[in-house]
Design a protein around this ligand. Structure first.
Ligand code: AMP
Ligand code: MG
Length: 565
């Protein structure tokens, strides 16, 4: 089949000619997909299309060839318009020539059905009706984009996939929080519940301690018994309780934790008595009763651990005490982490010119440690097709994952295929850029309960994007509070030029004189790695701020658990 494919920024002509030199024709079927005035229920002026041109052309060709094997046709001509396409104008033209109309109709129908899912061309945003001062859409893509940048993206609709391409840091965090939902809770034995999030509050089923008991090894006597000598009438070990009413002059030998045989007793420490056979003599009288009263720690029904709490050692011990042996907790997270980049080699190898050792794999693996689960890590070939094949061969399929992370290839370079790959995998792209330094080309996608991030490959961008974006998503998925910015004081001047992007600046957090003090760390590029060894916080530097003086109050995000506890 003769195939001609063109992606174009210009309007598609009213009349498209037939390919020359075709044999006898039965049908020349033409289809034009025209932009409608309503998108997702809202009135719009235009739709903006974006594509990975090289990949899109290759995928369209592949699709047509596959379809032609089943529906033999003579020629196909595809024109797809990219950029802003005003309402009423064609976004796509498909012309199919065949000997019989049925084959042309079948090929065209299937092609249009599969175009959306197989080809990296997508609706980047819907343009609402434009006021005149913003410039008419017909003035062309470039001018409209410029005017949108001037007036700020905030006025554009924020419905999924059609909102502003460039999110502010706060918008991105809010969107991640609203698009990620807690995964269904599961019961887990205590031994497997460490660091998982409790999803159902646990209250005390009974008083704790459940009975009056001795807090010392010693002798229980009536609290008001002033006798000089006592007759030891019984011995009670921790496990061998027998009720018994004591009389004046009687004592019961008790061990620490042993239940007392009746009410109204005190315990005399064994160090404070002299014993001869079954007679004791108190040599030192203390006023303390040495008794732990029933319910003095917790009363039945009292809240022990709230829902949303992370189960650390202490909380697990509390649950065990309360008999909660199978708490309802967050599931173990299943994470697939895919690295990209043909220049990336394992850390143990010596780089040839142009090669870079992989630091993102261990970075992501380590950063994921606080969230119990399984992580599958693979390196993908830097080719859309091969990467697609590698993913479909994964032992644990992507469809089983809760979180998919792709390192690198998040931008719009020739070889950057993260976005089309995620779309091919069925993810709806919620946003693809954040007005942030470092970490601008950050992709966030969702597919049902599964979330995906395309992280810019530079290690520092990775570090930043993980802490504000991925960690927010993980917190939502497991059902705990998302990481939040805290306030601290700058320990030294932060030297910077005003920047139109908000910045998350690596810093070293220390406690000094009862204050949280933040030392800004030196970094020149998002490729810098030296600050990793010292960074345990990210300072928030507002848009166009420039330098900040020592002593200034700043917002920061801790990157270790030291403050979160
Ligand atoms: P990319 O986002 O693919 O354009 O990559 C941006 C930069 O990050 C490039 O210099 C890459 O070499 C580097 N990079 C990508 N992946 C890794 C990795 N796994 N470890 C270290 N550097 C990486
Ligand atoms: Mg790359």
């Amino acid at each position: 089949m003769e195939i001609e494919i063109q992606l174009t920024g210009a309007a598609i002509a009213e009349k498209i000619s037939l390919p020359p030199h075709l044999g006898p024709l039965g049908a020349w079927l033409e289809f034009r997909g025209v932009v409608r005035a309503a998108e997702n229920g809202a009135q719009i002026a235009a739709l903006e299309y974006e594509a990975y041109p090289e990949m899109a052309v290759r995928e369209i060709r592949r699709l047509l060839e596959t379809l032609a094997a089943r529906h033999p046709c003579q020629a196909a001509r595809i024109l797809h318009r990219i950029g802003v396409v005003p309402v009423g104008e064609a976004a796509i033209y498909v012309g199919v020539a065949a000997k019989h109309r049925a084959e042309a109709i079948a090929l065209l129908g299937e092609f249009m059905d599969r175009l959306k899912q197989d080809v990296p061309i997508w609706k980047r945003r819907a343009w609402p009706s434009l006021e005149p001062e913003r410039g008419a859409v017909t003035r062309g893509t470039l001018e409209v984009q410029k005017s949108a940048a001037k007036t700020g993206d905030r006025s554009w609709p924020t419905a999924a996939g059609s909102g502003p391409a460039l999110r502010s840091l706060d918008e991105a965090i809010a969107e991640i929080q609203s698009r990620c939902q807690p995964l269904p809770a599961v019961p887990a034995p205590l031994a497997e519940a460490f660091e998982r999030v409790l999803r159902e509050a646990v209250s005390a089923p009974e008083d704790l301690p459940p009975f009056d008991c001795s807090s010392r090894d010693g002798f229980a006597v009536l609290a008001d018994d002033a006798s000089e000598y006592f007759h030891v009438v019984d011995t009670i070990h921790a496990a061998g309780w027998q009720p018994r009413q004591l009389r004046a002059g009687e004592a019961v030998r008790v061990a620490t934790g042993a239940p007392l045989p009746c009410g109204g007793l005190r315990v005399v420490m064994q160090e404070h008595v002299e014993r001869e056979g079954d007679r004791i003599n108190i040599v030192r009288n203390e006023l303390v009763p040495n008794v732990r009263r029933r319910g003095e720690d917790v009363k039945a029904g009292q809240l022990l651990v709230p829902a949303g709490a992370r189960l650390d050692a202490g909380k697990l011990a509390l649950l065990a005490t309360a008999g909660c042996a199978q708490p309802l907790v967050s599931p173990r997270l299943r994470v697939v982490h895919l690295t990209t980049g043909d220049e990336i080699i394992p850390p143990g190898q010596t780089p040839q010119p142009g090669q870079i050792r992989d630091s993102n794999s261990i970075l992501i693996r380590s950063l994921l440690q606080p969230w119990p689960g399984e992580i599958v890590q693979r390196h993908l070939p830097e080719d859309f097709e091969l990467a697609r094949a590698a993913i479909s061969n994964l032992q644990s399929p992507i469809s089983n994952a809760d979180v998919v992370l792709i390192s690198g290839g998040a931008s719009v370079g020739d070889k950057d295929f993260t976005r089309p790959l995620l779309e091919h995998l069925g993810f709806e792209i919620v946003f693809s850029h954040v007005n942030l330094r470092p970490g601008k080309p950050l992709i966030f996608g969702v597919q049902g309960a599964c979330v995906a991030f395309g992280l810019p490959g530079n290690p520092l961008s990775h570090f930043v994007c993980f802490h504000f974006a991925v960690a927010t998503a993980l917190a939502r998925l497991v059902g705990e509070a998302a990481p939040r910015f805290l306030r601290g004081t700058l320990a030294a001047k932060l030297d910077d030029k005003p920047n139109p992007r908000e910045t998350l600046w690596p810093a070293r957090l220390e406690f000094s004189g009862g204050e949280i003090r933040l030392q800004p760390l030196a970094w020149a590029s998002s490729g810098d790695v030296t600050c990793f060894a010292a960074a345990n916080a990210l300072l928030r530097v507002p848009v166009n701020q420039g330098s900040l003086a020592a002593g200034a109050e700043v917002d920061f995000l801790p990157t270790t658990a030291m403050l979160g506890a």
